[in-house]
Design a protein around this ligand. Structure first.
Ligand SMILES: [Zn+2]
Length: 251
């Protein structure tokens, strides 16, 4: 029996621990940059795996995300992997792509991820403010506003709105299967949430690994050549060769 109230508490507690309250959307990519000794690797992993979490020695850990998924789905996967990192005793988890499938730990991690990205209090506030305008029922535009506000995929928003009683069970499947990208664009939102990044941007590494490479070069422990080799192995060509997008603007 899964204790969903406990998962909600865990998600809210971890947000607080990472410096976020439970009333606002979060930028999970930048939030996780602050987790000590965590390396995040973005890598396209095909159609079956959403991500993985590997815990190493001395507190070092790595989360790998399937970067061929849409941005909204990657944000959910990162929150899912945080459950493995903080609350799962297994040292290694490989996670399947479909949400709400797999063993009990996977289902717990999915529920945790939904609460982490859309805390109940914040979702209630947002949904109630939209309901006031539409007299008791969320329409598809409202759901798009909610998923854009929290930065989650359409599926994640629909599931969580159903969990919180804002969408009927009867409407669930119909709403899950609606393609909303065009409608979101028509409403003036960016379609980024519903798309993967371009292929050349699907490989990257952030966090502890890069910090360690910087430390080694700054202390003179490794040569410039070795430093570049380490960065290139982590798909950080941008740090070795610079980006093609021009210089930095200070304004
Ligand atoms: Zn998992």
């Amino acid at each position: 029996m899964i204790d969903f109230a406990d998962l909600m508490t865990k998600a809210e507690r971890l947000r607080m621990q990472l410096g976020e309250d439970n009333h606002s959307p979060i930028d999970i990519f930048s939030l996780t940059q602050g987790i000590e000794k965590l390396t995040i690797v973005y890598y396209p992993m095909g159609n079956t795996i959403s991500g993985m979490c590997v815990k190493g020695t001395a507190g070092r850990c790595t989360i790998a995300l399937n970067s061929s998924m849409t941005l909204g789905r990657q944000r959910f996967s990162l929150a899912h992997e945080l459950y493995h990192l903080y609350y799962d005793e297994n040292m290694m988890s490989v996670c399947a792509k479909p949400i709400g499938t797999g063993n009990e730990t996977e289902i717990k991690a999915d529920a945790f991820a939904a609460y982490f990205l859309m805390p109940r209090v914040a979702l209630t506030e947002k949904a109630e403010s939209l309901l006031e305008k539409h007299e008791g029922r969320l329409n598809i535009q409202d759901i798009i506003r909610i998923e854009q506000y929290f930065g989650v995929s359409h599926q994640t928003a629909v599931y969580q709105l159903n969990n919180c009683g804002y969408i009927d069970r009867d409407d669930l499947n119909k709403l899950l299967n609606i393609s909303v990208r065009r409608q979101a664009e028509a409403m003036g939102f960016s379609a980024d949430l519903y798309r993967p990044l371009p292929k050349e941007k699907q490989y990257c590494t952030y966090g502890h690994y890069i910090n360690q490479a910087d430390l080694l070069i700054n202390k003179g422990i490794i040569s410039e050549g070795k430093y570049e080799e380490l960065l290139l192995a982590a798909f950080r060509d941008d740090l070795v060769f610079g980006t093609e997008e021009g210089g930095e603007l200070i304004d």
